[in-house]
Design a protein around this ligand. Structure first.
Ligand code: ZN
Length: 412
């Protein structure tokens, strides 16, 4: 490993969550879901806020969001029952974010433009919802015996490059759905999901340096995931790359056209608190393209048909683009895109580094997860999904996992 490699904590769930599927269903989290501190003055925080539940139907309606990985059976619950512990201070802080975001979502439902500044708040909120849904999946599937208090929302908002593609699905009625959160890739690497709110779909993604290259920002030349030894569980960012040029298209994946297509690069800090990369925050290209240099937050880069537009003015209005309903994907195609984009981001998340047997194992697990997601994508694209009865994809995955034994179990 290079001496000056930057490190970030790898998703701890990859060590604990995926391979230890506990049968124990009790859940004893007492830490605040936002800050990880003990939840004194314990409040219950709704994973999805009440205003959103009321906006999209009966707040007590029963939905299926998780699949029991042992049996493949759907786990049903009421949205309103999906609550997590939170301390009082965090509850009011995140309550303020909800107040900010509610009019933004209402504007989008009315097809009214939002400002760049509002887009930042919306992206923060999507980070919050995505991480909350991920934590709730871990709880519902009971894949961890206890929840690591380091797994919380506060250290995951606005920390990594992020993306929002807003799809309009005119003519659909009320409804609230989270798409892509049932996949095992999401459980391992909660990078991308989509949230349907009545007749819009918010397609969201966030992952280390996923879009920095396209925005001309600094990014590592190579990302390594250490799967055994002293650095097991860590990610190494090696080498320096920076084009200082905006790529068109900005995202290196053919996403379906949407009414609003934006990305925001985020510069990350290493263990010493400095931004990663030798150029750090004082590099002039970064300074010219940051909305909040102290946080490492870039401006919005907007994808248009013929170019990518950097949005320097935080009060600039992001008008909707017209999208041909024939070329725009239908709901099934948009959901399929979530599963496929998760695979794309997983493959970009780093090369496994370790002993040969461990690498072979990590690669076979990645292949199984990628195939499972492709199965889900094909089923949803062709309308062959149901929340009634067993989930055969989850069952097939479980069988494949059982067949691929871990090297530590075979070598002793
Ligand atoms: Zn808290």
């Amino acid at each position: 490993m290079a001496k000056d490699a930057g490190f970030a904590e790898q998703n701890p769930e990859s060590r604990q969550g995926l391979y230890r599927m506990s049968k124990q269903r009790s859940f004893k989290r007492r830490q605040c879901v936002f800050c990880g501190q003990p939840a004194t003055n314990k409040n219950r925080e709704h994973v999805l806020p009440k205003w959103l539940l009321e906006l999209t139907g009966d707040p007590s309606r029963v939905v299926t969001m998780a699949i029991n990985p042992e049996s493949g059976e759907p786990i049903k619950f009421a949205w309103s029952a999906l609550v997590m512990p939170a301390c009082k201070a965090c509850n009011s802080e995140y309550g303020a974010l909800e107040e900010t975001v509610k009019p933004i979502v209402l504007a989008l439902l009315d097809r009214r433009p939002i400002t760049s500044r509002q887009a930042f708040a919306l992206l923060d909120w999507l980070d919050k919802v995505r991480v909350c849904l991920w934590l709730s999946q871990i709880i519902l599937q009971s894949t961890m015996e206890t929840i690591d208090p380091h797994l919380h929302v506060g250290n995951r908002i606005g920390k990594k490059d992020r993306l929002l593609y807003l799809y309009t699905i005119d003519g659909s009625g009320k409804g609230l759905n989270g798409f892509g959160i049932d996949s095992l890739i999401f459980q391992h690497h909660p990078s991308s999901f989509a949230l349907r709110v009545n007749d819009i779909i918010l397609f969201n993604a966030s992952s280390d340096y996923a879009f920095s290259r396209g925005c001309g920002f600094w990014h590592p030349e190579r990302v390594e995931r250490y799967i055994d030894g002293e650095f097991a569980g860590l990610v190494g960012f090696l080498g320096d790359a920076m084009t200082r040029k905006i790529a068109h298209p900005v995202v290196d994946y053919p996403l379906l056209k949407a009414a609003l297509r934006i990305v925001q690069p985020i510069a990350q800090r290493g263990g010493g608190g400095e931004f990663l990369g030798p150029l750090r925050q004082n590099e002039s290209y970064h300074l010219n393209h940051m909305s909040n240099p102290s946080r490492g937050a870039g401006i919005i880069f907007r994808q248009l048909d013929d170019r990518v537009l950097p949005i320097y003015d935080p009060d600039a209005r992001l008008e909707f683009e017209s999208v041909d309903p024939v070329t725009n994907g239908n709901v099934g195609e948009i959901v399929a895109q979530v599963y496929r984009f998760q695979v794309h981001l997983l493959q970009k998340a780093g090369e496994p580094v370790g002993i040969e047997a461990a690498i072979a194992h990590a690669e076979s697990m990645s292949n199984i997860m990628a195939m499972t997601n492709e199965m889900r994508a094909m089923l949803v694209e062709t309308g062959r999904t149901s929340d009634q009865g067993p989930d055969y994809v989850a069952r097939a995955f479980r069988d494949a996992m059982a067949a691929a034994k871990r090297p530590s179990e075979t070598s002793g």
